[in-house]
Design a protein around this ligand. Structure first.
Ligand code: CO
Length: 211
């Protein structure tokens, strides 16, 4: 059997399972979506957002890219965040990194990888901002873990720097911003960073809005 056919067969079994549990499963979830959370995670196949958080379809709005980066010129990510904040009115945005992230590993190295260098360059910037702290860690594995953590923290700060996040803070006191790490060795999620609505970490990035 071609490997891809397993996915289609799995889908049939999944539909049956869901309907056995709740006959209205699809009719109920096919209405308007009202997720409370936006998840920005890594594309890594070992970090399935809905599965590790135990949520049902309809609960999580999801954006994933290599190394869960929030890049200010990325219209894809910006569109997702703006829609989540202004239309879906999510209450929480979670940036989730993970130990063992290949994107972070590659950004720590010097191998030329073509186009992806341009993407990973944003992580090299995070390294540069925290070079003193990182290079004081003698153990390479520990330094790698720390950069994974610092990257999540940096990306959460980038969310706080977005004008439409700040406007929602001012007008509706949401969303709360979170930085989490998923440990692929244990399956556990760990909270790293939390920014309450209105708590902009650096005023350089503050915008003013007319009342
Ligand atoms: Co990754």
């Amino acid at each position: 059997m071609e490997t891809y056919k397993r996915l289609l067969l799995n889908n049939k079994a999944w539909v049956e399972d869901k309907l056995n549990l709740r006959p209205d499963f699809f009719t109920k979830s096919s209405g308007v979506q009202k997720p409370e959370f936006l998840w920005i995670g890594c594309s890594d196949s070992r970090v399935p957002a809905e599965e590790v958080t135990g949520v049902e379809p309809g609960e999580l709005f999801v954006h994933r890219n290599i190394a869960n980066v929030v890049v200010h010129t990325d219209f894809n990510m910006l569109s997702v965040v703006q829609y989540a904040v202004e239309v879906l009115k999510v209450r929480h945005i979670i940036v989730c990194g993970h130990y063992g992230c290949g994107g972070i590993k590659a950004a720590m190295g010097r191998q030329h990888l073509g186009l992806i260098n341009k993407w990973l360059r944003h992580i090299k910037d995070v390294y540069r901002f925290h070079k003193t702290e990182l290079e004081a860690i003698p153990d390479e594995a520990k330094r790698y873990e720390r950069l994974i953590e610092l990257n999540v923290d940096e990306q959460v700060h980038h969310l706080a720097e977005l004008s439409f996040v700040q406007r929602a803070w001012k007008n509706e006191q949401r969303p709360m911003l979170h930085g989490w790490i998923y440990d692929i060795h244990t399956g556990h999620l760990k909270q790293m960073t939390k920014i309450d609505p209105g708590q902009l970490p650096n005023e350089i990035y503050a915008y003013e809005f007319p009342d």
